[in-house]
Design a protein around this ligand. Sequence first.
Ligand SMILES: Nc1ncnc2c1ncn2[C@@H]1O[C@H](COP(=O)(O)OP(=O)(O)O)[C@@H](O)[C@H]1O
Ligand SMILES: [Mg+2]
Length: 276
Amino acid sequence: MKTQSDHYLSNSIPVPVTAAESSQQLSVQVESLKNELRRLQSLAALGELTSTATHEFNNILMTILNYARLGIRNKDEASRDKALTKILEASERAAKITQTILAQARNRSDSMTPTDLGSIIQDAMFLLEREMRKYRVSVEMDIHPDTPSAMANGNQIQRVLLNLLINARQAMPDGGTILVRLRPAHEKEFVELVVRDSGEGIPREKLPRIFDAFYSTKSGPDESGKGGTGLGLAACKEIVDAHRGRIRVESTIGRGTAFVLKIPRATDQSAAVDVD
Ligand SMILES: Nc1ncnc2c1ncn2[C@@H]1O[C@H](COP(=O)(O)OP(=O)(O)O)[C@@H](O)[C@H]1O
Ligand SMILES: [Mg+2]
């Protein structure tokens, strides 16, 4: 009588395949693994974003609670006005954070449109402002006003920026400085985005591996739930490649690291939308 395992075995006897067939099977498998990796990368990014939002919300809630108590305790008009103003500001901040997260979660399209990277930088900084303060990291922004729009997917570039900024912050456990610079690149078809930190740097022999998926020197996520997957820079590279851009890294041990990105400019044609 045929047992369950016989049945299983008879099903798994390899059928001879030609070299062409097996190479075709392999490329199908590689494609499906790549898709799986992309899904993992975007889940990891969403996880980090959710973690940022949860910390921010907790903080905002504390502000709202404290000012609500203050307003109830102090009956005079000036104190109540102050309390309500603080509560309003905190709520507006919460609403803006929710909008940013929802936009990331909803908009999965790969479409590229003329995009002002300056405002993407502002949004990313808005999300990370408190976290940077907490880790004693000061952020300097240098956004050249004559930088043209890039042909880009705003959500994806924001993911790149958040990854680079969080890596930079994690490379400076005792605090430091991050410079974010946006300007027209020397090559006239690109805009240049630089994220530079004053952190620990990356040893030369490790540099070639940092863009590999799952390569990480961190023991796991930090207390704010970020890093340790080794998926951040792999996602950055993939996104920049999809933009037909470039990403380059310069690093000096003990001095810091800079990631230099070149993203194609939106051409005049691509910027001229909906005019007749
Ligand atoms: N700004 C940086 N300074 C120093 N090392 C960095 C920096 N950015 C990335 N790295 C190194 O590259 C590795 C891979 O980064 P990433 O793909 O974002 O994964 P993860 O942050 O999850 O470790 C990090 O573990 C770290 O060793
Ligand atoms: Mg990372």
